[in-house]
Design a protein. Structure first.
Length: 255
C-alpha cells in the first residue's frame, strides 16, 4: 500500500491484495513461497483476539479486518482509502483505529496507533515446515517456528511499524533455499520451497488517501455542474463519505 505526499500512510492490500490466478489455458506452476505470517493477540480494553498477522514490508500502512474492529469495539475517524494493485485502483471508506498487538512468542507489545479497517485482506496462509523438511535444510534444523491457530489473516502489518521488522538473527542456506529470520515476534520462515507447488500469485499494495482531500471533488460533483438538463449522481460510496464529512463538521461562532 503506497501513498503520496498528501496522503496518510496505509498498507496494502494491503492493504486489499490482488490475487492473480493463471487461466486454465495457460497454467503456471511455481514453488510455494513462505511469507511472514505470525500469531499475535490484539487487545483493546478487556477484549482480546488471537489471530494471524501478515508482515508485508511492501505496504506503507497497517490494516485490520473490519470484523475484528467490531469484535474489539474499536472506534475511529472515517477516511477514504485508495487501493492500488498493479494497474487496478479502487477506493473505499475506512476507519482509523488504535489497538495493542502482542506477539505470542516474545510477549512484546506494540501499540498500533494508526490502523485502517478493510473488509478483506490477502488470503495468504502460513507455511509450516515439516520435520522432514527441517532435517533437509541443515541450517534450519534447530529452529522452532510458531504456528498460527487460525488460517485466516486478521491484520496486515506494514512498514509503518518498524519494530516488527527488526532483525535479531538470520539463518541463510544455499542459493534458492528457504531461510529464517528471528525478529521480536519470533522465528519466521521465508523464501521458496522448491518441492511445494502453487499456481496463485499475491500482489498486494494499498494506498490511503485522506478523506479531506476528496471534499472538493465530492462537492463539485453535487454543485458545480449546473448545466440545465444535466444531472450527475454520486455513487453510494461518495454519498456515504459526504454524509460522514457533514456529520463531523463542528460550527464555531456560526462558521
Amino acid at each position: 500500500m503506497r501513498t503520496n505526499n498528501r496522503a496518510v500512510s496505509e498498507s496494502k492490500a494491503s492493504s486489499a491484495a490482488l490475487l492473480l490466478i493463471p487461466s486454465a489455458e495457460t497454467p503456471v506452476s511455481h514453488p510455494q513461497v513462505a511469507l511472514v505470517i505470525v500469531p499475535v493477540v490484539l487487545r483493546h480494553v478487556k477484549r482480546s483476539i488471537h489471530i494471524c498477522a501478515f508482515l508485508d514490508s511492501g505496504s506503507d500502512a497497517t490494516s485490520i479486518r473490519e470484523s475484528l474492529v467490531k469484535r474489539l469495539g474499536l472506534t475511529g475517524q472515517p477516511k477514504r482509502l485508495t487501493l492500488s494493485a498493479l494497474n487496478q485502483r479502487s477506493s473505499l471508506i475506512s476507519t482509523e483505529v488504535k489497538v495493542d498487538m502482542e506477539f505470542v512468542v516474545s510477549k512484546a507489545v506494540v501499540h498500533l496507533t494508526r490502523d485502517w479497517s478493510v473488509k478483506r485482506l490477502p488470503e495468504v496462509g502460513q507455511v509450516v515446515p515439516t520435520n522432514d523438511e527441517l532435517q533437509s535444510w541443515g541450517h534450519l534444523r534447530d529452529v522452532w517456528f510458531s504456528n498460527c491457530s487460525t488460517s485466516k489473516t486478521g491484520i496486515l502489518i506494514g512498514s509503518d511499524v518498524p519494530e516488527a521488522y527488526w532483525v535479531i538473527e538470520q539463518r541463510a542456506g544455499k542459493w534458492n533455499a528457504p531461510y529464517a529470520v528471528r525478529k521480536i515476534l519470533g522465528w519466521t520462515l521465508m523464501g521458496p520451497i522448491i518441492h511445494r507447488k502453487s499456481s496463485a500469485f499475491d500482489v498486494p499494495t494499498l494506498q490511503l488517501q485522506n478523506i479531506h482531500s476528496d471534499i472538493e471533488r465530492l462537492y463539485n460533483m453535487e454543485f458545480v455542474d449546473s448545466t440545465p438538463g444535466r444531472k450527475r449522481d454520486m455513487c453510494t460510496e461518495d454519498r456515504e463519505a459526504l454524509t460522514k464529512l457533514e456529520s463531523s463538521i463542528i460550527l464555531k461562532d456560526g462558521h
